[in-house]
Design a protein around this ligand. Structure first.
Ligand code: SF4
Ligand code: SF4
Length: 223
């Protein structure tokens, strides 16, 4: 999701690589669940989030839509996001103790918070959102440790490929006057990367690669 702000407005102005130390560690968020509430439609799910969630819950994403998840148009493309619910506008996965009930399968945006990703020149780095986490006494931690993501090399490659694909699809959709084309493209993307069930016992990145190949047969990279 694109944001119309400058880095200096929302961060400490630095960009971080995986081996850098960043002041993000809020020590288990004891007594706090502030970033699981009032997040609007901003926690957008990518295919890896969909894999983690559907395997963990043993439910297809379609069943979660309208319950824990909603769909909305993000920069021209329909994508799923976590649904905030109730008077407190809290995430449907927040339990009664104020803890994340899907912690090991939580989405990437939750995983890296209060970090965000900054894409530039075909790669990305992380930035520290300075006005988001209300937890005091944060200490320094290595970025790679904080984001708590196995298979980091494959993961970083996946994130870039997915970002580039979304940018291309967004451009195709926003530059077309053909409603049928726009609808078909966004439905195809949703089906291939979100609604078609992932295999629980198989590596996500292998499954993503085969889906990318299939998607590229219909939407070539140069299109
Ligand atoms: S998935 Fe978990 S960490 Fe993410 S907003 Fe929901 S409760 Fe919070
Ligand atoms: S706002 Fe900060 S301290 Fe509070 S739950 Fe989120 S990451 Fe943890």
């Amino acid at each position: 999701m694109k944001r119309n702000v400058t880095l200096s407005e929302i961060s400490d102005g630095r960009l971080y690589e995986l081996n850098d130390m960043v002041k993000a560690d809020c020590h288990g968020c004891v007594g706090c669940s502030d970033c699981c509430r009032g997040m609007g439609e901003s926690i957008i799910l990518d295919p890896l989030d969909c894999f983690r969630l559907t395997v963990f819950l043993q439910r297809p994403l379609q069943e979660l839509v309208g319950d824990k998840i909603a769909l909305r148009v993000v920069d021209g493309v329909v994508l799923p996001h976590l649904l905030m619910q109730g008077a407190e506008e809290q995430c449907g996965f927040l339990d009664t103790e104020g803890r994340c009930s899907i912690h090991s399968a939580r989405p990437g945006i939750c995983r890296i918070f209060p970090l965000g990703r900054y894409y530039e020149n075909g790669s990305f780095r992380y930035f520290l959102q300075t006005n988001e986490c209300v937890g005091g006494n944060r200490s320094k931690i290595k970025v790679s440790k904080w984001i708590d993501t196995p298979k980091l090399i494959e993961n970083q490659k996946f994130i870039q490929i997915w970002h580039d694909l979304l940018m291309q699809v967004e451009e195709l959709i926003l530059s077309s006057d053909d409603d049928t084309f726009r609808k078909n493209l966004t439905v195809y993307l949703l089906n291939v990367f979100y609604f078609e069930p992932y295999e629980a016992g198989k590596d996500f990145y292998e499954q993503f690669e085969s889906r990318i190949k299939r998607f590229r047969e219909i939407v070539p990279q140069e299109a």
